[in-house]
Design a protein around this ligand. Structure first.
Ligand code: PGA
Length: 248
């Protein structure tokens, strides 16, 4: 079975609302593709103008985070229905920067994944090992644990529709992209883990991205691996290079 590629930009904390519109207008003609789903994950304050700016295209807008409560006294947080009402269809959950700087745990990520599905948002669930873990040879064990907890209590129909982004922490923003073999090995292990948790057909449907210093020159080889269904792109998603990545 062939899975549709999904290529998402993770803008992180870059671009004001007016800059966001400008960037989208630049990228719009460059990222038109019938072969892949294209998503721009933008800062919360850029969501509304971004949704407006992509109208009439197939580009989807995603958020970079979300809280797991419906509403209430959680100063500074964004709820799932705020996202859906604004026109968001994807949400990045458990990015390593959220885990590292904002102390998000695997349990928090699981609560957010559950909430995302309740609201029909597609989560892009990030997992990935540190350099130390890679050197200690515990990469696969660690990632299997992250996946198992993230999917705890998630039904197979939802799991099949999820996106997982394998992002080795040592490759993020460092220009040090994982080798194709390293990326394929872990993405394959993630799919095997989903097959164990659910079944073969769920594992065949779920889309697994690679992320970490993806560039116009590395995209084609990475995305042609059997278990890599696209990419989560940081730095290069803010440049016209993103067009070359989408049309790898
Ligand atoms: P990068 O970021 O492409 O700049 O390495 C990827 C990410 O953090 O999603």
């Amino acid at each position: 079975m062939s899975r549709r590629k999904i290529i998402a930009g993770n803008w992180k904390m870059n671009k004001t609302p007016s800059e966001a519109v400008e960037l989208i207008n630049t990228l719009k003609p460059l990222v038109a593709s019938d072969a892949a789903d294209v998503v721009f994950c933008v800062p919360a304050i850029d969501i509304i103008p971004a949704v407006e700016a992509v109208k009439g295209t197939k580009i989807a807008i995603g958020a970079e985070n979300m809280y797991f409560e419906e509403k209430g006294a959680y100063t500074g947080e964004i709820s799932p229905s705020m996202l859906t009402d604004a026109g968001v269809s994807y949400v990045i959950l458990g990015h390593s920067e959220r885990r590292q700087y904002f102390k998000e745990t695997d349990e928090d990520v699981n609560a957010k994944v559950r909430k995302a599905f309740e609201h029909k948002l597609t989560p892009i669930i990030c997992v990935g090992e540190s350099l130390k873990q890679r050197e200690q040879g515990v990469t696969i064990d660690f990632i299997r644990q992250q996946v198992k907890i993230a999917f705890s209590g998630i039904e197979s129909e939802n799991a099949a529709a999820a996106v997982i982004a394998y992002e080795p922490i040592w490759a993020i923003g460092t220009g040090k992209v994982a080798t194709t073999d390293q990326a394929q090995e872990v993405c394959h292990a993630i799919r095997a883990c989903i097959s164990e948790l659910y079944d073969e057909s769920t594992a065949e449907k779920i889309r697994i991205q690679y992320g970490g210093s993806v560039s116009a020159s590395s995209a084609a080889e990475l995305f042609s691996q059997p278990d890599i269904d696209g990419g989560l792109v940081g730095g290069a998603s803010l440049k016209t290079d993103f067009g070359s990545i989408v049309n790898y």
